[in-house]
Design a protein around this ligand. Structure first.
Ligand code: HEM
Length: 125
């Protein structure tokens, strides 16, 4: 029987980063491990620290057993949607708007100073 999978972006997953609501992303899959945090032999802190990002390396580095990997599937809730832009993959116009928002004061200050200097210069004449 075909299974229909949910898709979540990294942004969606990163909103679930507390002890009462905790999702992790490992190997392109999203897991809701809220109910498992207290039972995790490696402690809840390591899992909480791995939220909001790809936790594959941390998960693999811990050398999880086959049974740990099987147990993990109980918490599977969907696949990672990699088609959505992430914070490290922004289109040029998004970057431009962000920079414009961040640095709008620079051209405004330059124009303001020029106007004041021009005004003072004209008054001296
Ligand atoms: C649903 C997800 C997870 C499950 C079911 C799970 C399960 C387990 C289990 C059963 C162990 C005991 C050793 C073993 O049998 O391999 C373990 C150990 C450990 N886990 Fe996880 N784990 C999960 C996610 C994670 C994540 C995301 C991390 C790191 C960010 C992590 C870090 C560790 C560490 C560091 C240990 C070693 C503890 C020690 O040896 O003292 N685990 N985990």
């Amino acid at each position: 029987m075909p299974t229909i999978s949910n898709f979540y972006t990294m942004n969606d997953a990163s909103k679930h980063n507390t002890k009462d609501d905790c999702w992790i992303v490992v190997n392109g899959k999203v897991y809701d491990v809220t109910q498992y945090l207290d039972d995790h032999p490696g402690g809840d802190d390591v899992i909480l620290a791995a939220t909001g990002r790809d936790a594959t390396d941390d998960f693999e580095d811990a050398g999880h057993s086959k049974s740990a990997r099987e147990q993990m599937e109980e918490y599977f809730i969907g696949e990672l949607d990699t088609s959505a832009p992430t914070s490290t993959d922004k289109s040029y116009h998004v970057k431009f708007v962000q920079l414009a928002k961040q640095y709008w004061a620079v051209p405004v200050a330059a124009v303001g100073i020029s106007v004041v200097v021009g005004f003072l210069y004209l008054r001296k004449k």
